[in-house]
Structure formats: structure tokens, C-alpha cells
Design a protein around this ligand. Structure first.
Ligand code: PRP
Length: 210
């Protein structure tokens, strides 16, 4: 169907919770959770079509209108700053962005602080607000390795249960901000499909499973 709304969902644990919310809101699409190699899945009534995206790419699809809607963590939105409307906090994927270090770490403010992170912009903004000089070491995963191997003094990363830190003898030094998943919309697409998107957002706000 030509007039369906296209939705970018973040791959992974968060995406599964987000899809469950869409399904409960009346937009199920069983094929989406199967093990098919298809990339794009349409609901039976043709109202929506979904695709899985790397979480950090959701904003790019929505900003440029390849997707009308998407779901992205606040971490991704603050890091990549896509020019999109943030319509709603879905209350899913709750975690926090935090500074962590080896247990007992004390910051020596005479030295530039080495910060390893996937979230360079968030780290820079945070330490700029404190007036603290840092050297950002941009990594793409397993950030916890950096302080253990003395690649960095601290990390700026997502903490959910805290298990990864604990198992690696690291601890939170400071919480930077709370994170949750947000429903985002392409600006032009929102103006064009306002009624349908508002109805969808209202349905998503109610989760019959909760
Ligand atoms: C994220 C994050 C931490 C972990 C935190 O990693 O970077 O490593 O989850 O979760 P926890 O507090 O519940 O242990 P992710 O699984 O996304 O993989 P990554 O190492 O590639 O970043």
C-alpha cells in the first residue's frame, strides 16, 4: 500500500520491546520477529511497514524521510542530533548514561582525563559543562575494556543493570543523564500525516501488557 507509514525500529533488545508495544497498540506484524532475511515488513492491513535498523542509524532514516517514524534512545538522539520531532517518551529501554572507572578511581585534575566512549559528543558536552579538559578515545563497543587495559581513565557509557561494570570491577563515578526510548518523526512527514501519526502515538502511550 502506497500510503502506509514507514517505521524504523532499533535492532536488539530494545527493538523487541518496542515492537511488542506497537503490536499491543494494534499494529502487529508477525513476520517481523521471524528469522526471515527480508528487510521490510508490512502489517496485514497495510497501515505500517517496519524495518530493523542499527540503533544509531534510526535518526538518519527519519531525518531524511526514508522512514516517517522511528524509535531511538535518548542517548542516540543526543549523540547524533538528527533534525526530527521527538513525539513521545515510550518509557522503554530505561537506563542511564554514566561515567565509570576502576574501583577507587580518583580524578587528578592536574592531568587531562582520558575518556573512552561510543558517545563522544555526550562526553565532550558533559565535561565542557564541568570545565574539565579531556582526551576522547572513540571506541565502538566493549568500552569497559578501556580502563582495565589502561587505555583510558574513565568511560562514558550506558549502564542498565550494572552487571557489566560489576563483573569487570568497575563502578559508576557519576550519572550524566537518564535514558529512555523516544518515538521520533520526520518533520515533513509529520505535517503531512499528522492525524494518523497522532493516533498512533496515542495508541503507543497505552501498553495493555503493563
Ligand atoms: C551496553 C553498554 C554496556 C552494557 C550495560 O553494551 O555499552 O556494556 O550494555 O548493561 P548492564 O549495565 O546491564 O550490564 P551493549 O550490550 O549494547 O554492547 P557494546 O559492548 O557493544 O556496547
Amino acid at each position: 500500500m502506497k500510503d502506509c507509514l514507514t517505521v524504523a525500529l532499533p535492532k536488539g533488545r530494545l527493538g523487541e520491546q518496542v515492537y511488542a508495544r506497537f503490536a499491543a497498540a494494534g499494529y502487529p506484524c508477525p513476520g517481523l520477529t521471524g528469522d526471515s532475511r527480508r528487510l521490510i515488513f508490512e502489517t496485514e492491513d497495510g497501515a505500517l511497514r517496519y524495518f530493523w535498523s542499527k540503533p544509531s542509524d534510526v535518526g538518519a532514516y527519519v531525518e531524511r524521510g526514508a522512514a516517517d517514524l522511528g524509535v531511538a534512545g535518548r542517548d542516540i538522539l543526543l549523540e547524533y542530533r538528527p533534525a526530527v520531532y521527538e513525539l513521545q517518551d515510550l518509557g522503554l529501554g530505561l537506563c542511564r548514561m554514566a561515567v565509570a572507572a576502576k574501583r577507587g578511581f580518583r580524578d587528578d585534575r592536574r592531568r587531562t582525563l582520558r575518556v573512552a566512549t561510543k558517545f563522544s559528543r555526550i562526553a565532550r558536552d558533559y565535561y565542557a559543562s564541568l570545565g574539565r579538559d579531556i582526551d576522547v578515545i572513540h571506541l565502538n563497543g566493549s568500552i569497559e575494556l578501556a580502563p582495565i587495559l589502561d587505555l583510558s581513565d574513565v568511560i562514558v557509557d550506558i549502564v542498565e543493570t550494572g552487571t557489566t561494570l560489576k563483573e569487570n570491577e568497575l563502578e559508576v563515578v557519576e550519572t550524566i543523564l537518564p535514558i529512555s526510548a523516544r518515538l521520533i518523526a520526520n518533520k515533513a512527514g509529520y505535517a503531512f500525516h499528522k492525524r494518523r501519526i497522532d493516533a498512533l502515538a496515542a495508541a503507543l502511550a497505552f501498553d495493555s501488557e503493563e
